[in-house]
Design a protein around this ligand. Structure first.
Ligand SMILES: C[S@@+](CC[C@H](N)C(=O)[O-])C[C@H]1O[C@@H](n2cnc3c(N)ncnc32)[C@H](O)[C@@H]1O
Length: 328
């Protein structure tokens, strides 16, 4: 497995066992985010092994429509694309998770020779990649552990056409300016003549959105609080996650669902030797999920040098999948 980052350090004298060390980038981001007037944590830090497991549970919830809606759309998308991608090609998936959504593409498009899933959640990616490799033995599965907020170095794969795949509306976790930067970087990573197949959640009734991010079983709340447990585990902080309430709502002015953790009382938390004070009711902003109308998304893609070549809309326009072409 290729790795863009390592949480472990070996000494000159003894390569094993490896000594866990604090991930400086994670520590700096947390300290910076908790010092802002509106405290915030980057959503990418949800995804340690526990967070990836919670996300898989969220995907099975009846309220969380984006997952199943997109999955139901993909067999038709794949069938339509089988005639477009006839030459040997490599799929590069950003934020690949459990590698479920690639399967309809692999089943319908016989020209896919290599698959490069990129994800920040390393152990989860490794396990999912091993399973996919045994399910598709003729496919070269080349996982890369990395952070797609930065340029990601791909394994050397020859001259095949590269097709990016970015399902799950993960693009919605970026604000529009960051989303445009991501899309520009993806053009650079994928190279000339590339395409990008991307799943994007649409604007819809606030109540429908509210239910999707406030499930009855409280799994989304566990997922949200896990970011504090992770900071405790990896950075030695002393958050009491139960003293923070999950709060998610649709901010219509911004066109996004916001997720927060709200302090239930006045409290002080120790994070790497810094005392972080919370007033009762004060929140940490943990995630945005921007929603785009097709027109808004076409404009965003164009601003980053991509042309929308084809659009598939799910039932009741609940979700959209776009095929983008690199305008070079
Ligand atoms: C919303 S989930 C989507 C998972 C899957 N693609 C799907 O559609 O079901 C986001 C995925 O992106 C990964 N991820 C989030 N931020 C990332 C980053 N900055 N770099 C790489 N992977 C990231 C997470 O680990 C997770 O697997």
């Amino acid at each position: 497995m290729h790795s863009a980052q390592s949480l472990f350090q070996a000494t000159d004298f003894n390569l094993a066992p490896l000594t866990p060390v604090v991930d400086r980038g994670f520590a700096d981001d947390v300290l910076h985010g908790l010092a802002l007037p509106q405290k915030q944590l980057h959503a990418k830090y949800f995804y340690d092994q526990q967070g990836s497991d919670y996300f898989d549970q969220i995907c099975q919830l009846p309220e969380y429509y984006p997952y199943q809606t997109e999955l139901d759309l993909l067999p038709q998308v794949a069938t339509d694309l089988a005639g477009t991608f006839t030459a040997d090609c490599t799929i590069v998936e950003f934020g690949a998770g459990s590698l479920v959504k690639i399967k309809p593409l692999l089943s319908a498009i016989s020209s896919i020779r290599q698959f490069i899933p990129i994800d920040i959640s390393g152990i989860h990616l490794e396990m999912a990649s091993q399973q996919l490799q045994s399910d598709f033995p003729d496919l070269a599965v080349l996982p890369v552990v990395g952070d797609f907020c930065f340029p990601v170095e791909l394994p050397v794969i020859g001259n095949q056409q590269k097709v990016g795949f970015f399902p799950g509306s993960t693009i919605g976790n970026f604000c529009p300016a960051q989303a445009a930067s991501f899309l520009k970087n993806a053009r650079f990573t994928l190279g000339p003549d590339s395409c990008l197949l991307i799943g994007v959640d649409t604007k819809k009734s606030p109540l429908y959105l509210h239910n999707a991010y406030n499930d009855a079983q409280g799994i989304t709340a566990k997922f949200n609080r896990n970011i504090l447990s992770r900071i405790n585990r990896e950075l030695g902080a002393n958050f009491t996650p139960e003293k923070f309430e999950h709060y998610a709502f649709y901010n219509a002015g911004q066109g996004r669902v916001e997720m927060h953790l709200v302090s239930t009382s006045e409290q002080v938390v120790d994070v790497l030797g810094s005392s972080v004070a919370f007033a009762a009711g004060e929140s940490i902003h943990t995630e945005n999920s921007y929603k785009y109308t097709p027109d808004e998304f076409c404009q965003l893609a164009a601003s980053a040098g991509w042309q929308v070549e084809r659009t598939w809309l799910a039932k009741q326009d609940l979700f959209a999948t776009y095929l983008l072409r690199n305008r070079g």
